[in-house]
Design a protein around this ligand. Structure first.
Ligand code: ZN
Length: 396
């Protein structure tokens, strides 16, 4: 079995430092990898009617008091003091983006025409996990999550949950995971709001999942302090289960923050807030993906998809032409035309888990072709450049 930290080292993706436990240092190729996943998710969210926003990392204590985080979640938050102010700390780094998205929603009066409003942020969040539980990028203190909120009517809940589960299915399949399971986490002992609200929220979730005919398990007592939730766990190729996706039906924040819109009759109507994440922590998603594929990533997601390597100086020009053409079509490509032997180049590129290596010698330069090697597959294949271009273009 592969450890994602070892893979990250040979692939030069990221590392950790003792002085910043639970936080990551992304290297250029690693950040490229991160961006591929983020951009993919951005497109999926857009297709489902979400609009991207960005909000502050630190928010004032008064907001956290209003949301209940200060009372119920404070030991998990990084509290930030202001020098020379009085002793009381004033800000906390956000452990989630909900209050910030509420602020965006409330920045002006909303009409029924804007409902459902779906907001997405690749939000940088901080959670003060105990140092003993930190483990590579599987459990961090700082990470980015696809932090999305839907402001809608109670009658929209079923459709929104069904959209969420369609998204989950589509996204997980794109990364090679075809099996997932669903749990519905119900009210915990420590919670906000009346039992009547919890009854409504819980039955909305259960009915939405039943309507889709998905199998599910109930998990009493495991909801968050403000709402019950669906938890989606994927099964990886190593037989492990990872809880990644979640959607929560929340009647409490809309009450606490007085969230409403003007309905068709001109009256103020209260709404429901759904909190969702399809991947959860992007860093953790990447860790799972690396281990699941042993570093041999699907071509569409690999941070460097192809390396073009010349056998000698005589074929360097043709290698450069191939490199430029692939770059032009948006492929993530590297060029290796140094004096090192081709055997050495191939070895290094394979250790780095680059999925495709295009070897270019004098014969290929003459034929205007290239010799393609695929990671994990023995042998090689002489093909024409347009053929390779088509394969890479079809990945999108
Ligand atoms: Zn939220």
């Amino acid at each position: 079995m592969f450890d994602h930290r070892e893979l990250a080292k040979v692939m030069d993706l990221f590392h950790f430092e003792e002085h910043s436990p639970g936080m990551m240092f992304w290297h250029p190729i690693g950040l490229q990898f991160f961006r591929v996943i983020e951009d993919f998710m951005r497109q999926v969210y857009q297709a489902y009617g979400f609009e991207e926003v960005r909000s502050p990392v630190a928010l004032n204590r008064s907001l956290w008091e209003r949301s209940g985080h200060w009372q119920k979640f404070r030991k998990n938050m990084f509290v930030v003091g202001i020098p020379d102010a009085d002793a009381e700390p004033d800000y906390a780094l956000k452990p989630m983006s909900c209050p910030a998205h509420i602020a965006i929603y409330k920045s002006h009066k909303r009409s029924y025409r804007e409902i459902p409003m779906r907001l997405l942020e690749f939000g940088i969040v901080h959670r003060n996990e105990p140092s003993g539980t930190l483990s590579g990028c599987m459990r961090l203190r700082q990470f980015v999550q696809d932090d999305a909120h839907i402001f809608c009517r109670e009658a929209d809940i079923r459709d929104e949950i069904s959209n969420f589960l369609r998204m989950v299915k589509q996204v997980y399949a794109a990364f090679g995971y075809n099996n997932f399971s669903i749990r519905i986490a119900l009210r915990p002992e420590q919670r906000l709001g009346s039992d009547e609200l919890w009854d409504r929220a819980e039955s909305a979730l259960i009915e939405a999942v039943q309507a889709l005919d998905y199998a599910y398990e109930l998990a009493p007592g495991e909801g968050s302090f403000y709402s019950p939730k669906i938890e989606v766990s994927l099964q990886d190729h190593l037989g492990r289960s990872w809880q990644c996706g979640t959607i929560q039906v929340d009647f409490n924040f809309p009450q606490l923050f007085d969230l409403s819109f003007v309905n068709e009759k001109g009256d103020l109507e209260q709404l429901v807030m759904l909190h969702q994440a399809v991947l959860g922590s992007l860093e953790r998603w990447i860790g799972i993906l690396l281990e699941n594929h042993g570093g041999v990533l699907p071509l569409w997601v690999a941070p460097v998809q192809i390396a073009v390597a010349s056998v000698s100086k005589k074929s360097a020009d043709w290698a450069e032409v191939i490199f430029k053409r692939l770059k032009q079509i948006g492929a993530r490509v590297e060029l290796h035309v140094s004096d090192r032997t081709i055997a050495k180049k191939i070895r290094e590129l394979s250790v780095r888990k680059i999925p495709l290596i295009a070897v270019v010698g004098e014969k290929e330069a003459m034929n205007q072709s290239l010799n393609l090697r695929r990671l994990g597959i023995a042998g090689q294949q002489e093909i024409q450049l347009p053929e390779l271009e088509t394969e890479l273009l079809n990945l999108r």
